[in-house]
Design a protein around this ligand. Structure first.
Ligand code: ZN
Length: 258
């Protein structure tokens, strides 16, 4: 069983009548419902307004894959929680960044780049082309699928070159965008998927829900948790006998020198 936590900012849903009409119970509940359609995934939700944003040590400890949707309140996410999530990704927790999460603190920290992009809100059609038909995340999707009304996200997208490019989007207005891509950070797998503008019912669309389930299964850790403790190996414990020669900074008795 894969344990997923669906993190939702849940701000637009309460401050915008347009968004509340599409997602009366919040986007996070709709995303969690999509994941729970897979009997091998158990998804729970967490939101910004909860203590520790719902991402306590205990919750993260039990989370295999975290999905993240944020937009209006990236700056309200505590740096301490971001550091906690970042550490868990390096240990092996999967992270799926959705739509405007390209500008979230956690995604920018994992990428190390601006993550900026061009955009336009005109309700135009988006065609998502599959770049890697054999990848686990694109299974069940034909050569492409379309989102009838979408927000345009366009190149240049300020990301490091992805490990795998899975989707490229074309928009009715003419732009293209790297809309689905993967990276690894430490032991953790990261997937960015641009679908999910808040004023359209995109997370109710079957193809999008399928990609989300595929992505959670792909991003779940498959190896033991990795703890990066970088120990000092003193000369007398080297695999082969050595004598200390030349000048050294560290002396026996120093912190870290055993
Ligand atoms: Zn949007």
């Amino acid at each position: 069983m894969i344990s997923a936590t669906v993190w939702g900012e849940n701000v637009h849903e309460r401050t915008s009548d347009v968004v509340a009409e599409v997602y009366p119970d919040g986007m996070h509940t709709v995303i969690a419902d999509a994941l729970n359609e897979d009997p091998n995934i158990k998804a729970r939700t967490a939101t910004l307004d909860q203590p520790e944003h719902g991402l306590t040590d205990e919750v993260l400890d039990q989370t295999d894959v975290l999905t993240w949707w944020g937009h209006a309140a990236h700056g309200d996410v505590s740096d301490e929680i971001v550091a906690r999530v970042h550490k868990r990704v390096l240990e092996g927790m999967g992270l799926i960044a959705l739509h405007s999460a390209h500008y979230s603190k956690i995604f920018k920290r994992l990428m190390g780049t601006s993550c900026s992009l061009c955009w336009r809100e005109a309700g135009e059609k988006e065609r998502l082309w599959v770049c890697q038909p054999s990848h686990p995340i694109t299974q069940g999707i034909d050569r492409y699928f379309e989102i009838e009304h979408s927000e345009m996200y366009g190149e240049p997208f300020g990301i490091p070159t992805p490990d795998e490019q899975l989707f490229v989007s074309w928009y009715a207005g003419g732009e293209v965008f790297r809309s689905g891509a993967t990276w690894t950070r430490g032991n953790g797998k990261v997937f960015y998927f641009s679908a999910g503008h808040e004023t359209y019912p995109i997370f109710f669309q079957e193809e999008v829900r399928l990609v989300l389930r595929n992505a959670v299964r792909w991003a779940a850790p498959t190896t033991p948790r990795w703890i990066d403790d970088a120990p000092n190996v003193p000369p007398d414990q080297a695999p082969e006998p050595i004598t200390i020669s030349g000048r050294t900074i560290h002396k026996p008795g120093d912190e870290g020198f055993k």
